[in-house]
Design a protein around this ligand. Structure first.
Ligand code: 5HU
Ligand code: ZN
Length: 163
């Protein structure tokens, strides 16, 4: 009897990889964030990445990090998590999980909690020492929304377009 493949992706690896793949769509030159929402049946119900709102051209708005506020990306960019929730095919995200490349900021955390998402699985926590992420954790703890860091069992996943 031929047994099953053994190196198939786990659900966590699969959804995190979809989040990272989505992040590759981002035009942000500094930080590309992707997010993937999966429901309790392990179906993907929303994906997103950081980018400017509909109709706001990437060629007309700045991707700068520094300078006058209005000349930076910060007031304009929609975060990956917000887009994943807004792009969702399901209105009700109760009991879903969200996979994100970067720990959610406080504004996305509000969106995640209000949408009813019950768990955040993140890869990087590079802004852990900011008040935004501290506020996220305060709100997540109070609302009993769990979060855990994704610990990969493999270094990378390779995709080949030529078979
Ligand atoms: O949770 C997040 N989700 C998300 O999409 N982002 C986006 C906004 C910006 O485009 C970029 C952060 O830019 P920077 O690392 O250069 O400050 O990542 C940032 C965060 C956390 O700050
Ligand atoms: Zn955010």
């Amino acid at each position: 009897m031929v047994g099953k493949r053994t190196d198939y992706l786990s659900w966590d690896e699969y959804f995190m990889a979809v989040a990272l793949l989505s992040g590759l769509r981002s035009k942000d030159p500094n930080t590309q964030v992707g997010a993937c929402v999966a429901n309790s049946q392990n179906k993907i119900v929303g994906v997103g990445y950081n980018g400017f709102p509909w109709g706001c051209s990437d060629d007309e708005l700045p991707w700068s990090r520094e300078g006058n506020y209005l000349d930076t990306k910060y007031p304009y960019v929609c975060h990956a998590e917000l887009n994943a929730v807004l792009n969702s095919i399901s209105y009700d995200l109760r009991d879903c999980r969200i996979y994100v490349a970067l720990f959610p900021c406080n504004e996305c955390t509000k969106v995640i909690i209000q949408a009813g998402i019950r768990e955040i699985i993140y890869l990087s926590d590079k802004y852990a020492d900011t008040d935004s992420v501290r506020a996220s954790k305060i709100m997540l703890d109070k609302s009993n929304t769990s979060y855990r860091q994704f610990t990969p069992d493999r270094e990378s996943i390779l995709l080949h377009f030529s078979q």
